[in-house]
Design a protein around this ligand. Structure first.
Ligand SMILES: NC(=O)c1ccc[n+]([C@@H]2O[C@H](COP(=O)([O-])OP(=O)(O)OC[C@H]3O[C@@H](n4cnc5c(N)ncnc54)[C@H](O)[C@@H]3O)[C@@H](O)[C@H]2O)c1
Length: 282
């Protein structure tokens, strides 16, 4: 794949829905628990599309599981362990990734943490921590990939926000929501500044997704007895009547990473079963 922009007069030789030979760096490629997180499903999707995948996570065992799953399908991946909110770790992780696979073609910023509560339940320290992991880490990673992307005249940066960054989702989740809004605006700014360099930056906005992580938090949000009831209540909020899967988010990321999205930059792709357009989410 050349990465060259079509002139508009030529017929593409093949469908560009692939990442053949591309290097993808997924910050947060593990999972909060057993099963399919968005980062894990995305890593596998990128590998299935032909990419070499840098599976980056602070949780070594979880990242290794993702890498092993890719290798079991004959894909190419490697685990890199570190905290992407720590400056020295970020420098080391990108150096190791480049040494292993070469320059990064696609940065997928997947890490995200939250702290349930509004302003009176969130200390300044907690707010700073959520900001450091959700937003500052995006700055650090972007600084690592931009120089080579500019030099090569191509690149794709994808960040994962949330419907919570666009709407009140029914309970106070202030630090999470505010930082997820910041992620989307960071990407909009990046897209404008570097469009001229053929570097695309887009945000994927998942709605209510059924990943292992929600099991730690969702039950607390509903006054129902069991996790199953809480999940059912969450599903009922969605116009499509169900939560999304990690794969449904991952496939949107795969599209945006590939040359199939070569004229798409600065956008927010909602993967939400219609919930953002609903009059009320309650
Ligand atoms: N699950 C949902 O319903 C949902 C909805 C909207 C948005 N999102 C967003 O999607 C993304 C993935 O969500 P998920 O449910 O798959 O979560 P997850 O917690 O399973 O995956 C996140 C991964 O990032 C890693 N991580 C966290 N902080 C890190 C750090 N500082 N350095 C390195 N690794 C770190 C974790 O160890 C974990 O493996 C998050 O940004 C989340 O906010 C999720």
């Amino acid at each position: 794949m050349s990465g060259a922009i079509q002139s508009g007069m030529e017929k593409p030789a093949a469908l560009p829905f692939n990442l053949d030979g591309r290097v993808v760096f997924v910050a947060g490629g593990g999972s909060a628990g057993p099963g399919w997180s968005i980062g894990r499903a995305s890593c596998i999707t990128y590998a299935r599309m032909g990419a070499k995948v840098c599976v980056v996570d602070r949780d070594a065992a979880s990242a290794d599981e993702t890498t092993a799953l890719i290798e079991s399908e004959g894909g190419l991946a490697h685990t890199f362990v570190g905290d992407v909110s720590v400056d020295a770790d970020v420098v080391r992780l990108f150096a190791q990734a480049r040494e292993r696979f070469g320059e990064i073609d696609v940065l997928h910023h997947n890490v995200g943490i939250g702290k349930v509560g509004g302003p009176m339940e969130t200390s300044a320290e907690e707010f700073d921590h959520v900001h450091n992991v959700n937003v500052r880490s995006l700055l650090l990673s972007t600084q690592q990939v931009l120089p080579a992307m500019i030099e090569r005249g191509r690149g794709s940066i994808i960040a994962i926000s949330s419907v919570a960054g666009m709407r009140y989702v029914g309970y106070p989740h202030l630090a999470y929501s505010v930082t997820k809004a910041a992620v989307a605006h960071f990407i909009r700014m990046l897209a404008q500044q570097y469009a001229v360099n053929n570097i695309r930056a887009n945000t994927v906005v998942p709605g209510l997704i059924d990943t292992p992580r929600i099991e730690n938090t969702v039950a607390k949000m509903f006054s129902t007895a069991s996790l199953a009831d809480a999940k059912a209540a969450r599903a009922q909020q969605v116009p499509m009547g169900r939560m999304g899967t990690a794969w449904e988010v991952a496939h949107a990321c795969g599209f945006l990473a590939s040359d199939a999205a070569s004229y798409i930059t600065g956008t927010e792709l909602l993967v939400d079963g219609g919930i953002t357009g609903k009059f009320s989410t309650l």
